[in-house]
Design a protein. Structure first.
Length: 125
């Protein structure tokens, strides 16, 4: 599976609750109904993944995730990601892409945006 395939599979599972993007030759398994907000969220994640993939190699990304987990509580990580979203509009596309990449990385550290949102709700934001 390529990096692109694994990224798309992760996005489909995280944002649209689709377990696999593999064709299974059964309508009930291959056709899915998704809400427009899930589709929008998935498309945004796919769009954001483009700059994220280009900004760094996976070893550096894994090291950064490890450093975040070792030095910050999940609540701190969730709060920082919350403060960085929605995507800033600085007028500098590359800068906005980098901030979005970092916010996405923070959410990944927690297990995805749904986990980040759960923690933020628990904190009362």
């Amino acid at each position: 599976m390529t990096t692109i395939d694994s990224t798309l599979a992760r996005i489909a599972k995280e944002h649209m609750q689709i377990e696999t993007l593999e064709t299974r030759k059964h309508d009930a398994l291959d056709f899915h109904t998704v809400a427009v907000w899930e589709a929008k969220s998935a498309l945004q994640a796919a769009y954001d993944a483009g700059p994220a993939e280009a900004l760094g190699d996976t070893d550096a990304k894994a090291a950064l995730i490890d450093a975040l987990r070792e030095n910050l509580s999940p609540e701190a990580v969730a709060t920082i990601a919350y403060r960085l979203t929605p995507t800033p509009k600085s007028g500098h596309r590359e800068l906005d892409a980098e901030v979005t990449w970092f916010a996405t990385l923070l959410a990944e550290t927690l297990g995805g945006w749904s986990q980040q949102e759960r923690i933020v709700k628990e904190l009362g934001f």
